[in-house]
Design a protein around this ligand. Sequence first.
Ligand code: ADP
Length: 162
Amino acid sequence: MKVAVYPGTFDPVTYGHLDLLKRSVKLFDKIIVGVAESGNKNCLFPLHERVEMVKLAIKEENMESENIEVKGFSNLLIDFVKENDSKIILRGLRALSDFEFEFQNAITNRKLDEKIESVFIMTSENYFYLTSSMVKEIASFKGDISLFVPKLVIKKIEGKFK
Ligand code: ADP
C-alpha cells in the first residue's frame, strides 16, 4: 500500500491545500495529512484547531470517502513518516518562490534518511498565488476570504479576529 504523508502547518487550511489533496488521492492508496505543531512559524491556531479545520474542510469538499487521515505531530518529520509506515513526503509547489525552500527541505530529509522520497505536485493555476498568511491578513481586516477557504473554516477564522 502506497502511503504518502502530506505535512504542513495548515494555519489555516485553504482551497490550495485541498486542491493538492484532490490530485494526490488519485496517485496514492492513502494520504496522511500531518499537521505540524508549529515548526518555526508562529501559528494563529493551536494544533488541535488546525487538525479540526482540515477535517471539516475534507468533509465540506465531500472527500470523506477517500482514504485520508488527519493527524497532528510534533516530532521530526521523517520520524513521523516512518511511524506511519510511509516512505513518501508529499508537498505542493506554487509559484517559483516555493522551489528553493522545498529543495532545501527535500535534500535535508534525504540526508537524514535516503529511503524517504519527497514528491511534489504542482498546484492548480487557480491557487498558485494562495497562501495561508494571505488569508489571515485579509481576515484580520475583515475582508472576504470566501474564495480561499471552505465555509466551515471561515467561521473559525472570523472567530479569531472578533
Ligand atoms: P508549511 O509551513 O510546511 O509550508 P503550509 O501549510 O504553508 O505548511 O503548506 C503545506 C504544503 O501545502 C506545502 O507543500 C505547500 O507548498 C502546499 N500548499 C500551500 N498552499 C498551497 C496552494 N495554494 N496550492 C498548492 N499547494 C499549496
